[in-house]
Design a protein around this ligand. Structure first.
Ligand code: SF4
Length: 63
């Protein structure tokens, strides 16, 4: 399952990429390929279990 906080971006005017890269809206940063495997739920990985950023964000979300 793909993380709901994952987006793909070609970068900004200052950092334009040829290929869209995985972007985490929790930390507002591009993520490394190994973490992107978690974001995309590849290889049996799961963001709810394997991503501390997701868990911290959800746990700390009062809404
Ligand atoms: S880094 Fe974690 S919270 Fe961010 S998009 Fe990937 S799985 Fe989701």
């Amino acid at each position: 399952m793909v993380c709901p906080y994952l987006e793909y971006s070609n970068g900004t005017d200052e950092t334009a990429f040829d290929e869209p890269r995985a972007f985490c809206t929790v930390i507002d940063e591009f993520v490394q390929p190994m973490r992107a495997d978690i974001c995309n739920g590849r290889y049996g990985l799961n963001h709810e279990r394997d991503c501390e950023l997701y868990r911290e964000h959800v746990d700390g979300d009062d809404e």
